[in-house]
Write a protein that binds this ligand. Structure first.
Ligand SMILES: [Zn+2]
Length: 462
């Protein structure tokens, strides 16, 4: 059969076949592969078989595949979020003009977090993941730092699982209040129970803080947590928001041999050149959070993109918290693109120097391929490369706000938003189709979100 991308008939046809025997051929699209070897293919085809991309090119012959006419669209890999605190999502925009990190910490981690029940973890995390899918984020690293009991962890993991997103559960204990002190010991059980296969949508990481200023030594990265992660065979995400003390910590970790590509530093604002050098030399990955750095004002308030690139590190991007920030990757790409170019031109202003400016291709690379690398999933997702899992977006290039299509990467980064994403596949499975997230009862979800919000906001902090 032949039908346009968004037609309901195509979805019906796909869902009639067992997932592992499905074959979908998208035809005639502008394919922005983000694979350095494949580039952009005009009038291109993408073949998806089961959960995998098996061919990318022109005039592919795919026999009995369900053919989807993707003319007038851009096919691109799904975005990869390298750090978000998904449990806080029912607290969306409660503090849009928060003054600083302290204001955020006292209002959320030191108060609302302490009254969260497992069902609140579930509701917030599920809402974050569904919204991510709607806006084209197919991989979400959930820095889940409110694991007060085993049940809190279970709820966060099950919420990711139930949405069908490619989820990375990064587990950390809470900063404040009473909790079971089951973390990180409980990670052994969590791994056995939820992460037994190497070929599944969900992966596990250890989440820690760079320094002990906010929560004391129990949650701080060092040789102890590094050993826990190594014993479990998992990677580590480290939240690094204090420049001076984080820099000292980075140098200590380098000396201790616990920096590697399996360690991600988040934020990394205000770090010293020596710390960046140590990170570059060890292949440490970096998750920038452009809007939280700039808007909340973390340390220098400047997303450390120039510093990362100078150290030879191409960073991933992240959303961080929805209590104060936008939910989608378009906002991150645009903020970073504008901020870095402003910074470069400003530094060169009045001199003869040529400002070194990043491009729309750079930020899309950060939001896809580099995000996948940062999350330890470079062989799995982040580009439309044969052999990778089929995590892809169909973007309407001839919509009111995108026509006429002149530059596909510019159109994705500067022109598009969630409304232009007509379809999202994750692991070959349609999760958004015809402009709607599938398999969600919005009325029931809304009731859950409101009930949880009321409970959390009206219960005195423990
Ligand atoms: Zn964070």
């Amino acid at each position: 059969m032949e039908a346009h991308t968004t037609s309901a008939a195509v979805l019906d046809e796909l869902r009639r076949r067992p997932a592992d025997r499905r074959r979908i051929l998208f035809t005639g699209a502008t394919v922005v592969t983000m694979d350095p070897g494949l580039g952009v293919i005009d009038g291109g085809d993408v073949l998806v078989e089961g959960d995998t991309i098996t061919a990318v090119g022109r005039d592919l012959d795919a026999g009995d595949a369900v053919a989807v006419d993707a003319t007038g669209t851009i096919l691109t890999p799904g975005f990869v979020d390298t750090h978000r605190h998904a449990w806080e999502t029912q607290l969306r925009r409660i503090m849009p003009d928060v003054d600083d990190l302290g204001g955020y910490v006292m209002a959320t981690l030191a108060s609302y977090a302490t009254v969260y029940r497992p069902e609140d973890m579930y509701t917030g995390t599920r809402l974050a993941a569904l919204t991510a899918i709607d806006s084209g984020i197919t991989t979400l690293l959930d820095f889940s730092h409110n694991s007060r009991t085993r049940e809190h962890s279970d709820a966060a993991i099950e919420a990711l699982r139930d949405t069908g997103i490619r989820g990375v559960h990064a587990s950390m204990g809470p900063h404040f209040g009473d909790w079971d002190r089951q973390w990180p010991g409980d990670l052994t059980r969590i791994k056995d129970q939820y992460f037994s296969s190497d070929d599944q949508l969900l992966t596990l990481r250890l989440a820690t803080l760079a320094t002990d200023e906010i929560a004391g030594p129990a949650l701080t990265y060092g040789t102890g947590p590094a050993r826990v992660a190594a014993d479990l065979g998992i990677a580590v995400s480290v939240d690094a928001v204090f420049g001076a003390s984080s820099s000292e910590a980075v140098l200590r970790w380098a000396e201790d041999g616990i920096l590697s590509p399996d360690v991600t530093l988040i934020h990394a604002t205000g770090l010293t050149p020596e710390a960046w050098k140590a990170m570059g030399e060890t292949g440490t990955t970096v998750a920038l959070a452009p809007t939280s750095d700039a808007q909340i004002g973390l340390e220098t308030a400047i997303p450390a993109v120039d510093e990362a690139l100078s150290a030879g590190i191409r960073p991933g991007l992240s959303i961080d918290v929805e209590v104060a920030l936008a939910s989608d990757m378009f906002s991150q790409m645009r903020a970073l693109h504008a901020i870095q170019r402003m910074r470069a031109v400003n530094a060169a202003y009045g001199t003869d120097e040529q400002p070194s400016r990043i491009t729309t291709h750079d930020v899309l690379d950060f939001a896809t391929l580099q995000g996948a690398r940062t999350n330890g999933l470079s062989g799995v997702t982040g580009s439309l490369t044969p052999g990778k899992k089929a995590d892809l977006l169909v973007i309407e290039a001839e919509a009111l706000n995108n026509m006429p299509l002149n530059d596909p990467i510019g159109t994705i980064v500067l022109g598009s938003d969630a409304r232009n994403i007509s379809a999202v596949l994750i692991d070959g499975e349609p999760r958004k189709w015809d402009g709607r997230v599938l398999d969600v009862d919005l009325t029931a979800l809304r009731a859950q979100v409101h009930a949880s919000r009321e409970y959390v906001l009206n219960t005195p902090a423990a």
